[in-house]
Design a protein around this ligand. Sequence first.
Ligand SMILES: CC(C)=CCC/C(C)=C/CC/C(C)=C/CC/C(C)=C/COP(=O)(O)OP(=O)(O)O
Ligand SMILES: O=P(O)(O)OC[C@@H](O)CO
Ligand SMILES: [Mg+2]
Length: 243
Amino acid sequence: MKNVLNNIQHNIFANNKQLAVLIDPEKIRLSDVEAFVKKINKSVANYIFVGGSTVPVDLTEPLVVEINKHTNLPVILFPGDVAQITNKANALLFISLLSGRNPAYLIGKHVEAIPRLKETTLEIIPTGYLLIENEGVQTMVQKVTETEPMPSKQVENIVNTALAGELLGMRLIYLEAGSGAKNPVSPEIIKAVRDDLSIPLIVGGGIKSKAQMNAAFEAGANIVVIGTALEKNEDFFRELKRW
Ligand SMILES: CC(C)=CCC/C(C)=C/CC/C(C)=C/CC/C(C)=C/COP(=O)(O)OP(=O)(O)O
Ligand SMILES: O=P(O)(O)OC[C@@H](O)CO
Ligand SMILES: [Mg+2]
């Protein structure tokens, strides 16, 4: 059923916060998936994102199959490359790296993905993806895509880039500080983007505490994504049992 975007919009209308837990296929063993997913089920999480900047070709599909055995939550692909597309998920964030100027990640990979997507049952959600600079530390996404992140001081440029994505017809905007970033995207940037944007806003990268998660929601994030902090410390799930 193609209802992920509808569900996101419905939750926004109802003023609900939305949490996505990111599972990186490279960072989890199949034998650990059941226990991890059971923790996700007991938390407030609404979605499971699956993806990574570098993932061996044969890891994603078996992971999604295993996740589906243990949860009814929607599984949404957040791919770093075409090989991470599998029909076993519910939806695909069809992301274009708007913060960068590498044609491969703006449109090239997307063309490459079409043979897989022609007959897919996945809900495809066009998503503008903006990598925001974080104290000058290089992120995996930056390295893999050979692009520069947007300077965090250039708030107007960040807002304009997000709005350009909206006007190009994208259905979501994702503000990314980078996996495992020292600091999340600042509330100031989130608020500035939220103030001008009409479509849902996802924020991720470097969120390690409930306070940081709530700061992102308060600033206007509609969905917060947490990956590394839960990978490294599953006790963090205990704080996520209720909003
Ligand atoms: C259109 C298709 C199918 C693919 C291209 C998609 C694009 C444009 C990707 C942009 C950049 C990119 C490589 C994004 C990766 C997204 C992601 C899941 C990042 C998470 O990073 P981690 O892989 O967890 O980082 P670490 O390896 O440092 O943990
Ligand atoms: O792993 P973390 O730092 O939580 O980041 C989540 C996601 O935004 C990375 O692409
Ligand atoms: Mg990661």
